[in-house]
Design a protein around this ligand. Structure first.
Ligand code: SF4
Length: 296
């Protein structure tokens, strides 16, 4: 009897950036090689591993048969760029060979995985179709980065971000509103703006922190050691962050479902009007998304 497969080999939690909603989700790793950030519950308890080549190639063949309308591939999970260069090249070559209609491949990246690739290797990946890397900066403030156990200081993240951009790979950077707590909120906002300006990515997404049960940050909050900012405090943080961010081009989004005031600013054109909009929201002239509509 021939058994027909109706999906690819997926294991565990499969997440992807919102902009990759229509992409072929090719899971090449399971989990995240760091898995220590205090706020992140995505892969908790999951042992990081690279999937066997045979499974990955099988999934690429599956996509060649059944995903002929999708123009993009996203490499899951948390940390696909950590795959050793030669192995990653083989995966991208197979995508190119079997799915010639694919115009862009995306992946998550972090400072560690970028530091393990030379500029020439990143350029080779770009030439094989790697068009965009999504990087969680979370904060540009070193004190906050250390507290959340992100594993990289701001200066190193700047260098790695620039390295990706110089190789021709677009960067989409995520930052977290509220991640520094109340006392460091404004420092976090200013320093994050400074780091974003230095990297100058194509896209920035500001998400509002949501506490995930089972994470160290959630436990700190329960113990009264970490305050969750009020909506207007998050907005004030966003205002400072945008005011401190100078991008030569690109989009600054704060329109994720977890955000209280949806924002989509083309930079640098919309910077001042966006700050004005936030000021209006801060004095109550523009409404915020009510809590019941904020569910993810
Ligand atoms: S935030 Fe990113 S790097 Fe940190 S544990 Fe979660 S997936 Fe891994």
């Amino acid at each position: 009897m021939i058994l027909r497969r109706y999906t690819m080999h997926y294991e565990g939690n499969i997440i992807r950036p919102p902009s990759e909603a229509n992409s072929i989700l090719l899971q090449v790793t399971v989990g995240c090689s760091r898995n220590k950030c205090t706020f992140c519950g995505t892969y908790r308890g999951e042992r990081f591993r690279i999937k066997p080549d045979s499974i990955i190639m099988d999934d690429i063949e599956f996509a060649a048969r059944y995903c002929r309308r999708q123009r993009r591939v996203f490499l899951c999970d948390g940390d696909a760029l950590i795959i050793p260069h030669k192995r990653l090249v083989r995966i991208l070559q197979a995508i190119r060979g079997c799915l010639p209609w694919v115009t862009r491949i995306g992946t998550y990246a972090n400072a560690k995985s970028l530091s393990m690739k030379s500029p020439q290797e990143l350029k080779a990946l770009k030439d094989l179709g790697l068009g965009i890397a999504y990087m969680g900066l979370e904060s540009g403030d070193d004190v906050t980065l250390k507290k959340i156990n992100k594993g990289a200081a701001a200066q190193h993240v700047i260098a790695m971000g620039k390295k990706a951009i110089e190789a021709g790979i677009k960067l989409s950077i995520t930052v977290l509103l509220g991640i520094a707590g109340r006392q460091r909120s404004q420092v976090h906002a200013e320093q994050t703006g400074r780091v974003l300006s230095a990297i100058d990515p194509e896209y920035v997404g500001a998400l509002s922190l949501m506490l995930i049960p089972g994470t160290p940050l959630f436990d700190d909050h329960q113990a009264g050691d970490f305050p969750l900012l009020e909506p207007k405090e998050m907005l004030a943080e966003l205002r400072t962050m945008i005011a401190s961010t100078n991008l030569s081009r690109g989009l600054f989004h704060a329109n994720h479902a977890s955000n209280y005031l949806p924002i989509r600013a083309r930079m640098p054109r919309d910077k001042e009007t966006t700050i004005e909009l936030i000021d209006q929201a801060l004095v109550g002239e523009v409404g915020l998304t009510p809590e019941f509509l904020r569910a993810l």
